[in-house]
Design a protein around this ligand. Structure first.
Ligand code: LP5
Length: 240
């Protein structure tokens, strides 16, 4: 069985979420062949060199899981795209490109964080292009810590203000983008997070049935998608 989660937004200010996550590792993930974390695992990540005790503790918990035999795969989200090799080494996880196609439990699955599908959100697309180009990434990684913290704080504040003013369909995935990438990757099942709108969408892609599963964000509840040969189901559970 494989497990998929995303959008935990782990931070010291939400000990209920990190407690639930640690419990999830010990009770659920430990029995899985692989755990896939599809982005926004942390609330914000400004570089591996800025890792604090909270983040190191999470890395150690993942390492324990990986040493027990569960493979761990991590994809960047829009909050933690600066996670790098050092975190992955500490956590015993493998960084996944966005998008990635995997073959697991007899299924071919397209995995994404989901933010790149929200192309109607032009202001975000501009910001994303700027933040993710190799030159910006190099500059961001080499800024002094104080500057990175300040920049992350300003971006969060501006994002909060602007996101509140955006229409619901602007901040959701664009159907044509979904169809386009599923055609290009020859996949019938897409799994992503980001939008915080957990659901399973069934639709026709050309002449075949297709599915888009949106993973839930961990806030009031925790969410996990469990996939085995005969089952594909997203479960919601209480954090406490
Ligand atoms: O995150 P979420 O889901 O709330 O909103 C996203 C989009 N916003 C973002 C920005 C992040 O929230 C904050 C980034 C965290 C920092 C990570 C490290 C940064 C590196 C810096 C330090 C090394 O991703 C939001 C989408 C929403 O998803 C739904 O898809 O709408 O996009 C925006 O809100 C973008 C705004 O529309 C445009 C923002 C322009 C910012 C202008 C810069 C201001 C500060 C400059 C200071 C020099």
């Amino acid at each position: 069985m494989i497990l998929l989660i995303s959008d935990l937004h782990l931070e010291p200010e939400r000990p209920d979420i990190s407690r639930a996550f640690l419990r999830f590792l010990e009770t659920e993930a430990v029995h899985a062949d692989a755990l896939y974390i599809l982005g926004d695992f942390f609330e914000v990540w400004i570089g591996d060199d800025a890792m604090d005790e909270f983040q190191k503790g999470i890395a150690r918990a993942l390492k324990t899981l990986s040493q027990g035999g569960t493979r761990i795969f991590l994809m960047h989200g829009n909050r933690d795209f600066l996670i790098g090799k050092e975190f992955c080494r500490l956590a015993g996880c493998t960084l996944l490109a966005d998008p990635t196609v995997i073959e697991a439990e007899g299924k071919r699955l397209l995995l994404m964080h989901g933010d790149s599908l929200c192309t109607r959100d032009e202001a975000y697309m501009r910001l994303r292009r700027w933040l993710r180009n190799p030159v910006s990434l190099w500059i961001l990684r080499h800024l002094p810590l104080k500057k990175r913290r300040e920049l992350a704080r300003k971006l969060r504040n501006e994002s909060k203000v602007q996101t509140r003013q955006k229409a619901m369909d602007i901040v959701d995935v664009t159907p044509e983008e979904v169809e386009g990438i599923m055609r290009r990757t020859r996949t019938q099942t897409l799994i992503h997070g980001h939008t915080h709108r957990p659901a399973t969408h069934e639709f026709m892609l050309d002449d075949s049935a297709a599915t888009r599963i949106v993973l839930g964000d961990w806030d009031r509840y925790g969410w996990v998608l469990k996939i085995s040969r005969d089952r594909l189901e997203q479960e919601r559970f209480e954090l406490a």
